[in-house]
Structure formats: structure tokens, C-alpha cells
Design a protein around this ligand. Sequence first.
Ligand code: ADP
Ligand code: GLC
Length: 489
Amino acid sequence: MNLPPMHVLLAASELHPFSKTGGLADAVAALGQAAAQAGCRVTIVTPLYRGIAAKHPGIRRAGWKFDLPLGKDLVSGEFWQLDLSPGLSIWFVDQPAFFDRPGLYNEGQRDYADNAQRFLFLTKAAMLAARYHPEPPSIIHGHDWQVGLLPLLVHFARVTGSWPDAPRTVFTIHNLAYQGVFPVEAWQYTNLPWSWFHLESAAHYGQLNFLKGALYLADALTTVSPRYAVEICTTEYGCGLEGILRRREHDLTGILNGVDYQEWNTQANPALPFAYDAQHPAGKAANKEALQAEMGLAVDASVPLFGNISRLTDQKGCDLILAALERLMPETRLQFVLLGSGDPELQEAFQALAAEYPGKVAVRIGFHARLAHRIEAACDFYLMPSRFEPCGLNQMYSLRYGAIPIVRCTGGLADSVTDPRDDPDRANGIHFHEPTAEALVWAIRKALAVHEDPEAFRHFRLNGMTADFSWEKQAAEYLRLYGDVLHGP
Ligand code: ADP
Ligand code: GLC
């Protein structure tokens, strides 16, 4: 008997290459693609933000207009569709007043005041797509706080009998620090009774917490690395939700993200001026010189070049980079390049550092996808001193691009980068432990010593470039989990 393929609906507020502020976009796109390649049918529901339809002419109206209750209002929307392969479709939620805006979540540093309404609309649209799909999915898999109330809304519909055969729900925490916290009045936009708003649903310290709704009511929970799955059950990393996470420990799985090596490749990549790989490393030095010229650094292939590409936030430890470089710049000949945006104070501080060390420090504020590739291809070392890191993708991109990662030993960084003290044969990066500038300075000095030793440098780099973090393996873990959720382990 030929069983029809399992149909999974993914819901997320970002999706590469259509919308992106960070790794969520990459992870959801790659998971969707890998699950479809593994034989699943996949539908991804995501907002139609400004400019997407114009930039991707293959996207067409799906011929499905709808109205959804949002508190006292009825808000209309429409699905647009893009079929990427026979098993993979993207359904974009069009609601111009909500999504046709300059930013995804904010403008400048200001969050949109109606984010609760905007993302509840997305959540309800995802449920609608699942419910009336001609071949309804058996799993709905939500990602991050924006769709955190999805498991709760689906659970409500199932137990109250309005949708008795509702799909099972899986929810992935990409970052526990972002919870979607709103005043209690925002509960009205769920259109659920107030009796459902309590401490074991989405009420948290007198506010509405979108993420908490998922933690209580998803059939299965995942996060994006095994180490982070353990960390978030502790007070240090649990962001106030460790109690409920501990209670659901047996339903929580850590699955490391993978890398889309078609996108992040050094051999045939239109973003890179020179091709290279582990067997043909010459192009790496040529990329380095090209980037040095592009960014106004002194052109010299022999100088160790360090890089970082980040959202400039407390999470990423960019202040530690600043403090470490202020200490090291006067006495070493290293170069540093940064691409990032975020906290205005950090932006200014990095710009000031570049002004102080022209030719040695280059800073580009903004979001530039192709420049990110060129920086990875140019750098000898990649700095990732995160205070916490659910998974982190840049360290895995760096490994493949031959930029040896220097990481704080936390979350997915600990799970993906191998330090020589743990395994000298497979070492591909450097770990440090304390979230301090001293510890980072120590690690950078260690990197400089590796750079001075051509044999060791080649060893680290080759191990990194040949490490395999492809999505096929990780998607198989998700498929196993979907199977367990549907049929029991
Ligand atoms: P996070 O999701 O916490 O920001 P990740 O390491 O998982 O961290 O993913 C970040 C992704 O966003 C990477 O693909 C990285 O290259 C990209 N990125 C972050 N900032 C920028 C930027 N300013 N320009 C281009 N890409 C960026
Ligand atoms: C989050 C995390 C990051 C992770 C990404 C994709 O933004 O901060 O560590 O790699 O999601 O899962």
C-alpha cells in the first residue's frame, strides 16, 4: 500500500530569501526544503511583506480571500502562492495594512504598536490554511513567538469540538529571549474566552506572553541545538520560563540547525569574486585581498583577518569584541571587519573604532546578504562571543568558508565547533568560557598563535571546511519527531 506523504504546515514570520532579520529565515527555509526532499509534503505560511511580490514574479494570487476575527474587528486577507517544487509550496499572507511596511517588526528601534494583532492574524491565517487545505496537514509546526499562540488556538479548537480533527502541533524555540510580551488587553485578539487566559496558558506576570502559550500547549517542543535544550531548563538561560520548560523536559528535543550548502558554497557562488574549496584554497587569499580593498583595509594576504556579521545586540556579545579589540589593536597586526546593525550605541562605538584604526578596522552598518558571503570568504577567523546562542548559523557558515570560528562555549556554538582540548584531531575552532573581554582576548591570542603555525592553521581550516552540517541529517530528526507526535514513539 502506498501511503500519501505526510503533510506538514510550517508557520513563521521570516523566510529566506523573501524576508530575513536573522537565522530564523534561513532555518525555516532550509528545513522546509530538506523535509520536502525527504518525501514530506510541505506548506509554509508566512507574511507577504513589502516588496516580496514585485521581487519574485513567480508568486501569484492563490484565489483565496478570507476574513478573520481579530477582537471586535473582522480583518480581510488573501493568500498568494509560490510552488517551489511539487512537494513544497509557500503561502504568503497578504494584509497590506499589517505587512506592507518598511520593517518586519519595527522601524528604527521602535516595535510596531500592533505587533500582537499582526502576528495573531498570521497565526489565524496559518490555521485557516491548515483547516481548509484540500489535503489538510497532519502536523502544524510553528516557529518563534510570532506564532506562539498557534498551539493554544489549535488546542482550543480541538478540545471545544469546533475542529475535532485538528492537526498535532510542534513548536520550535529559535530564541527564548524574544517572547512576544503584550498588555493583557491584547488577549481580545485571540477571540478566546477570558477563562482560557491563566497561568497555564499564556498569562505571565500580569501580561500576555505569546511564547508561553506554545510551551504549555504544543504537542512537542524543539529548540535548535541539544545544548540549548538543556540550558533553557536552567535559571541562567531560561528567561523566566525555565519552570514550564522543566515540566515539559520530556517533550523538548534539541535538534541542531543545518546549513543549506547550495546557498552557502564557495565553489559556485555569484556573491564571491573567486571560487575555492578545501582542495583548492588559493581563491580564499584572493577573496581576502578583494575584501580588504573593498572595505578600505590594508591589502595584505598575510595579516590575520577577523570578522563578525551580527545583529548588534547584547546576545551576540559585540561589546566584548569592542573591548577586546581596544586592548589588542595597539599591540597586534590583526585586522577586523564588521557587518551589522542594531543597538545605536554599539554601531557608533564600532564606527569610532574604525576611525581610530583606519586600514585595520572596517565597519559596515546595515544588512547586506552578499557582503556577508564575501566577509566569510575573506576572513581567517570569525568571532562569535555570544552570551547565549540557541544555535547560531554563522559559525557553521564560517567553518565551510575556512574562517576559523572563535566561540563562547554555549548553545549551538558548543555543539558545532570543536576545540583542540576536546578533540585535537578534529579541532576546527577555539572555545572560551567566561563572557568577558579578558576571555575573548585570551582566545584571540590563541588564534594568533595558530595563525603563526602554518601546519596547525591548515589543520583547523581543513577540518572546518570538510565538516558536514547539511540539513538532510537534521531534517530526518524532525521527520522522526513528526512521526512520534502522530503515532507515539
Ligand atoms: P541570529 O538569528 O541570532 O541573528 P544566526 O547566526 O542564527 O543568528 O543567523 C544570523 C543570520 O543573519 C546569518 O545568516 C547572518 O549572515 C545574517 N546576518 C545577520 N546580520 C546581518 C547583516 N547585517 N547583513 C547580512 N546578513 C546578516
Ligand atoms: C535565532 C537564534 C540563533 C539561531 C536562529 C535560527 O535567531 O538566535 O542562534 O541560529 O534563531 O534557528
